[in-house]
Design a binder for this molecule. Structure first.
Ligand code: PGA
Length: 257
């Protein structure tokens, strides 16, 4: 089954609204020709509406970096999925930095995924093991548990809107990355096969799964040539227009057949 590749730039806590708009105004015309790839940027909340306006009618998508599951209420500092509805297409949840620093639990990732889907948006659910878990041989078991927990109670018909990002924590922002073959193997056994066990082969075959962790123009082709990898969730290299365009172009060429 053909899966549209998705390249998402996770800007993390970078770029003011003015910087964000200048970036996407430079990016959009250059990325326009690669329409066989879903091209997404995830600015900080402060820049979301300005970026959404700047990208209207460009074919590029916008993601938020988080969303609360309740529609509104006494949740100081939070932004709800309902509030994001008219501004973004995707919401990144479960990122390892949020799990490590902001007490993001599997249970909350699941609540957020349901709220995001209920509001007509698409969750990008990040999963991945620590270096210690990797070295202890616990990667597949741990990632399987994260995937199962995140999807608990999600209806099969909503799975077409779910994206999973496999990001080994030891590869994020470190310059170390999993080889294409190893990443593909974990993505197959821990993510796609888990979804197959839960939802059946057709849903598993349609699920888009990104690799993330020190993705750069120099290693992107290796990931995109893997049968189970449908794109990338990119931190550092998404902050540079040339690098991010190069990633989109490589993804476009890899799946252009
Ligand atoms: P990186 O970040 O590309 O800088 O390693 C990836 C991520 O955290 O999504």
């Amino acid at each position: 089954m053909a899966r549209t590749p998705i390249i998402a730039g996770n800007w993390k806590m970078n770029k003011t609204p003015a910087e964000a708009v200048a970036f996407v105004e430079a990016l959009a015309p250059r990325a326009a020709q690669f329409a066989n790839v879903d091209r997404v940027v995830a600015p900080p909340f402060l820049a979301l509406t300005a970026v959404a306006d700047a990208l209207a009618d460009t074919g590029l998508g916008v993601a938020a970096q988080d969303a609360h599951w309740e529609p509104s209420g006494a949740f100081t500092s939070q932004v709800s999925a309902a509030m994001l509805q008219n501004y973004v297409d995707y919401v990144i949840i479960g990122h390892s930095e949020c799990r490590a620093y902001l007490n993001e639990t599997d249970e909350n990732v699941n609540r957020k995924a349901k709220a995001i889907l209920a509001n007509g948006l698409k969750p990008i659910i990040a999963v991945g093991e620590s270096l210690a878990q990797n070295e202890a041989g616990e990667t597949v078991e741990f990632v399987r548990s994260q995937v199962s927990a995140a999807l608990d109670g999600i209806a099969p018909e909503d799975m077409a809107d779910v994206v999973v990002a496999y990001e080994p924590i030891w590869a994020i922002g470190t310059g170390k990355s999993a080889s294409g073959a190893i990443a593909d193997d974990i993505i197959k056994t821990a993510v796609r096969d888990t979804v197959g066990d839960l939802y059946g082969a057709a849903v598993a075959a349609g699920l888009r799964i990104q690799y993330g962790g020190s993705v750069k123009p120099g290693n992107m082709a290796e990931y995109m040539s893997q049968p189970n990898i449908d794109g990338a969730l990119v931190g550092g290299a998404s902050l540079d227009v040339d690098d991010f365009c190069a990633l989109i172009e490589i993804a476009s060429n890899a799946k252009d057949n």
